[in-house]
Ligand binder design. Structure first.
Ligand code: ZN
Length: 137
């Protein structure tokens, strides 16, 4: 129960994709080098190789940037989990970060106002709106 399993499956997928991208990049560079070296012998073959090389480099860098942007987005988007604790007696409400072992209707720390025992009433992900009250459309 004490072990943390925080390895997301997305990291495995992205590392595989990274491998594919790098293989494509390497092959494209080989094509570019061959294209440059054959430029004197036959311009047709050289141009085809150069085109393939440039295409490969462009495609792999595009995919790389897209996945990096997506990963960065995923990291930012995950909002924190918060716990709401309420006092049944005086109605005092406290919101704090979720702690291990929190569950709904668990007795929390004593109330800051009346010192009565507080109750956890909600556990949820806090989704922050970037522009609250700024209604467009
Ligand atoms: Zn209270």
């Amino acid at each position: 129960m004490s072990k943390t399993e925080g390895t997301a499956p997305t990291t495995r997928i992205s590392s595989f994709l990274l491998l594919v991208v790098f293989v494509t990049l390497a092959l494209s560079f080989v094509a570019l080098i061959f294209g440059i070296s054959t430029i004197d012998q036959s311009s047709e073959a050289a141009s085809v190789l150069l085109l393939l090389g440039f295409l490969g480099v462009a495609l792999s860098t595009y995919v790389l940037f897209q996945t990096r942007r997506r990963l960065a987005k995923m990291r930012i988007v995950v909002p924190p989990v918060v716990t709401t604790i309420e006092c049944k007696k005086c109605g005092f409400k406290n919101v704090r970060e979720f702690q291990r072992g929190d569950y709904i209707f668990k007795e929390g720390e004593p109330c800051q106002k009346c010192n009565d025992k507080m109750l956890i009433t909600a556990i949820y992900r806090e989704v922050k709106d970037k522009e609250k009250g700024h209604v467009s459309v």
